[in-house]
Design a protein around this ligand. Structure first.
Ligand SMILES: [Zn+2]
Length: 53
């Protein structure tokens, strides 16, 4: 499940340690159109958004 960081609204995986506090999301935000929009290492094992489904 993705998590939106409350500090800068970046989106991370739950197990990411790059945010202090965040809000769990049931779906990725509409602004996220490609895996490149998720600019954190915690997504690096994915090549495309399709793999997240
Ligand atoms: Zn992250």
């Amino acid at each position: 499940m993705p998590v939106m960081a409350s500090s800068d609204f970046s989106v991370h995986r739950e197990e990411c340690d790059r945010f202090d506090d965040g809000m769990a999301l049931s779906n990725l935000p509409d602004e996220v159109m490609s895996i490149d929009d998720l600019d954190c290492e915690c997504w690096s094992e994915f090549d495309s958004l399709a793999e997240l489904e």
